[in-house]
Ligand binder design. Sequence first.
Ligand code: PLP
Length: 392
Amino acid sequence: MKYDPDQNGYYGEFGGAFIPDELQENISQLTERYIEILESPKFKQEFAYLLRNYAGRPSPLYHAPRLSEKYGARVYLKREDLNHTGSHKINNAIGQILLAREMGCTHIIAETGAGQHGVATATVCAKLGLKCTIYMGAVDVERQALNVARMKMLGATVEAVTTGGATLKDAVDVAFAYWVAHPEAYYLLGSAVGPHPFPDIVARLQSVISQEIRQQLLEQEGRELPDYVIACIGGGSNAAGAFYHFLEDESVHLVQVEAGGHGTQGNEHAASLSCGTKGILHGSRSLILFDDKGEVREPYSISAGLDYPGIGPLHAYLAQTGRSTVLVATDRQALDAAREVSQLEGIIPAIESAHALAALPQLKFRPDDIVVVNLSGRGDKDMPTYLREFGL
Ligand SMILES: *Cc1c(COP(=O)(O)O)cnc(C)c1O
């Protein structure tokens, strides 16, 4: 399709595979085989089985009546928060671990920020009996103690990374370095970032989200196409999944919501689409937050899952070509949106997902517009943040 990467892994001028020689062989094998494996009846059957019986899919598409009334449109929430382990991350973890197994890999390595991807990966590794090592910044290990405990309970090894700012970007750096030294391991990227073919693999595996939305809208509204699909973006995996089967339906407005932190006029944010410049990070060319010296800048967001200085190449392309609209939600706007959906619909969202909800007051709808917000995860992990911010 029109929005697939080209032969060299490019979406327009974004993407590619900037990788050290040590990884060339493994990545080109993966590039050669991934589509054939993902499209094989054996893979499709096992993936569908596990999504249904292990992850709990299809996730409901919930018509939110009180949010609808407030914003003057037909607002739906795609309930990825109801998946096993609490977010959309499990879709990708299941898919890539099946892919890794098919490629003959038995050791899975992954990075994690908030710990959600680490937990999803450790979960599926436990289920399928694979060795699992998770790299996590020491600051995040501290901040996300509960998720670290989950990973350990699931039998994974958690490596605390103390270099740099000791957060997500540093964890990715160290995980990449391990991979270069051990190319036989499978690096399970948690978002639609990294060298080709990872952004495409992640988008395809998460595309079950938009596949279900189409079906569910047909059942509930008598038409497959919404007017808006709104998703928050960290690296871009939940957005890629929610957009995928609508990319070529130009009537569907795709809205990407970035983490504005304390506001984009300063430096404390993670808005790489709005404020980034072209460059290379973690194996691909995209829009990245650099400082004056040309070093990758330490991003900031209240949400650990959106706190990344880059963005997937597909997303940079969608923004550049105008196929998507880019909005920014600050910490404050996300917190207000989190409280609002909690009290209007009885759903406490992940603070990441609250950024997507914060787009609602920023858009102008017509009364019969169908608006789908991808509720990427649940708020259990964010209760300490809500407790602190709201003085509960
Ligand atoms: C990880 C995470 C995100 C951000 O990652 P994407 O790859 O941009 O989707 C968003 N929401 C939740 C709940 C997450 O756990």
